[in-house]
Design a protein around this ligand. Structure first.
Ligand code: ZN
Length: 55
């Protein structure tokens, strides 16, 4: 797969697995074997979460 945005774990730097649950995204690191908060994922991958500069 050639997904443009590979999210990286803020703790170990490995690729994060994105899980969709009830319309909300969860971020799971297979390396740390735990869920990461979206805030931390966003902080570690700012390019994947461009600030919404609407007008
Ligand atoms: Zn990790």
């Amino acid at each position: 797969m050639s997904d443009a945005t590979t999210l990286l774990c803020p703790d170990c730097g490995k690729a994060i697995e994105v899980l969709m649950a009830c319309g909300a995204k969860s971020y799971f690191c297979n390396h740390c074997n735990e869920l990461k908060s979206s805030k931390r994922i966003q902080a570690a991958n700012p390019e994947a979460f461009p600030p919404k500069d609407s007008e």
